[in-house]
Design a protein around this ligand. Sequence first.
Ligand code: GRF
Length: 207
Amino acid sequence: MNTPSRSNTLAILISGRGSNLQSIIDAIAAGRLDASIAVVISNRADAPGLGYAVRAGIETLVLDHQAYRSREDYDRALVAELQVRRVNLVCLAGFMRLLSPVFVDAFPNRILNIHPSLLPKYPGLHPQQQALDDGATVSGATVHVVNKELDAGPIVLQREVPVIPGDTSDTLATRILAVEHQLYPDAIAKVLLRPLGPAPKRRTHVP
Ligand code: GRF
């Protein structure tokens, strides 16, 4: 595998299980994704996904949002940690936090999220249940750029997953998750190859 150039430096932000994080680690190890992960940050100390990073020898950092007075203060701390590591692309992988403009403006077009539905359908919480309640025959997964609106940024890649009669939220989530694990590394590779906009100016000072 080529040595990743510095413009391929990722940070992965998680809150829990971390299976998408593991799929990104695996894609890099397999040479399917030319990138390196500078740091995995969790807002929860007990996120099981942190173990995947440790096992892969990746730096981990726990930034507990409860230790900050406001969403903006927390996001400023996150941005500072990312900038100091010269991260180019921030990948949210089950990071259960809404991002303030402080964060989004620090990494314009350089934050990705994965969501288990075919956006713009079923944004927000419980998208698999939303699909079932809607009587959908197809759902899927989407990787999109994060902007200031929830789950509404430009779509990078999407893949469909059929809804099967008898599906529960859990069975549908499991099948979508298997697709997510292919989709996220592919979407990251796509964005690294063809960035979605000009790179953010480096700041020495976080506003
Ligand atoms: C995934 O379903 C992802 O689409 C959503 O949160 C879940 C995270 O799962 N945003 P994991 O922590 O990557 O296993």
